[in-house]
Design a binder for this molecule. Sequence first.
Ligand code: CTP
Ligand code: MG
Length: 231
Amino acid sequence: PEFWAVIPAAGVGARMRADRPKQYLRLGERTVLEHTLDCFLGHPTLKGLVLCLAEDDPYWPGLACASDPRIERAAGGCERADSVLNGLLHLLTLGAHENDWVLVHDAARPNLARDDLNLLLGELAEDPVGGLLAVPARDTLKRVGKDGRVRETIDRSVIWQAYTPQMFRLGQLHRSLADALVSHASITDEASALEWAGHAPRLVEGRADNLKITRPEDLEWLRQRWAARAG
Ligand code: CTP
Ligand code: MG
């Protein structure tokens, strides 16, 4: 199906402890953000892409793709959900329809495979709600007390990690996100906004290496993969 993309890239990357936000760190020849944008920009059924950037972002203008006319810009917000909401509002000004599919994807997730993107689009094309790429939990999981001691081992078979892209209808996502934010619900991804509104997003199993760069070792791991591919 045809779809719009919203890429939230307005975070500061506090957990990376780098000299700049992680989307502007190098991965091979280019920045993390450029690789992320590439996953979408060449896609044949992409209708348009909105990039959410911090208002005072000094790094974006220096990138080669900053003048790419296919990239629409929206302002970032305090939390990821605020940035995404701004992106959705911008889509509405571009003439996107309530019923159009929107894929939201973290700027800090540069290793999305085209096959995974197509899998998500294909699996959810006829879905009444939408859903997301996700990965089944691999490790044994523990519930822990404040004292750092294990209370119990959780049934791993029903636990998945939520990845992106997350794919929903523009109108439904916009309403759910706006309502959840007004109610101060804890919203860390698009699916949680839909869940808050009473919907049940579908999980589509994706590749585990579509990881979000959160800590320094995540980027180190990706750099090694990139170097191995290049060599
Ligand atoms: N993001 C955003 N606007 C915010 C916060 C986050 O657009 N106010 C984006 C980030 O740029 C990132 C994605 O949402 O691409 C996932 O968020 P996260 O991994 O938490 O990134 P940061 O918030 O930058 O990192 P940290 O939480 O460590 O500060
Ligand atoms: Mg964050």
